[in-house]
Write a protein that binds this ligand. Structure first.
Ligand SMILES: Cc1cc2nc3c(=O)[nH]c(=O)nc-3n(C[C@H](O)[C@H](O)[C@H](O)COP(=O)(O)O)c2cc1C
Length: 191
């Protein structure tokens, strides 16, 4: 049974991307995966600074986040778009978890051979899809296999109902299908 770690690249309490990732998580669970949905607000980390790392190592929450990454086969990320890229919060947690903690640890151990599905939602008409270009590139450069499929939901302010589900059936089905596709891909890679 594939184990998936899912989170949004937003710490905002009312984040639309947090709602979106829960829908993708449902799609993956319905396809037979175990999904751990986390909120990055529960893993507060200072802005990455190499002097801080040299003096103190990984902050506790960065270590916890990195270990969670290593315990899972795959990732699902819903990231807001900030000025056409992904968020600094997301880049920061990715940077901390990319660091080795001992001489024996292989580089990028939290990322190599992981599979990821990425998605976004924003109030704009493009749904944050421009940020996914950068996120896809970053993840691929650190060894993650990113599914060609992705999904962006525009006009977030009117896209979700009171229960946090997507109102439009095509968007809902696409996000559920993205979760299911991730599960099918992980299974095929492990055959
Ligand atoms: C610094 C900043 C830059 C933003 N740039 C964009 C942008 O380039 N494109 C876009 O669609 N929305 C942009 N937004 C709006 C975000 O999509 C919006 O704040 C959204 O609610 C963030 O996602 P969340 O609800 O998951 O926190 C920006 C917001 C901030 C704070």
């Amino acid at each position: 049974m594939p184990k998936i770690l899912a989170f949004a690249g937003s710490g905002r309490k009312e984040s639309w991307n947090k709602q979106l990732i829960k829908i993708a998580a449902r799609g993956a669970e319905e396809a037979g995966a175990t999904v751990t949905v986390i909120d990055l607000s529960d893993y507060p980390m200072p802005m990455f600074n190499q002097d801080l790392e040299s003096e103190e190592g990984l902050p506790d929450s960065a270590g916890k986040f990195k270990r969670l990454m290593m315990e899972h086969d795959a990732l699902m990320i819903a990231s807001p778009e900030y000025n056409s890229a992904f968020t600094p919060l997301l880049k920061n947690v990715i940077d901390w978890a990319s660091r080795t903690e001992s001489e024996n640890e292989p580089p990028l151990a939290a990322y190599k051979n992981k599979v990821a599905a990425i998605m976004s939602t924003s109030p704009g008409a493009l749904g944050g899809i421009r940020g996914l270009v950068f996120l896809r590139m970053l993840l691929a450069n650190i060894g993650v296999i990113v599914l060609p499929d992705q999904h962006a939901v525009p006009h977030a302010f009117k896209a979700f109902d009171e229960d946090g589900s997507l109102i439009d059936e095509q968007h809902l089905n696409s996000v559920l299908a993205l979760g299911a596709k991730l599960v099918a891909t992980v299974r095929k890679l492990n055959e």
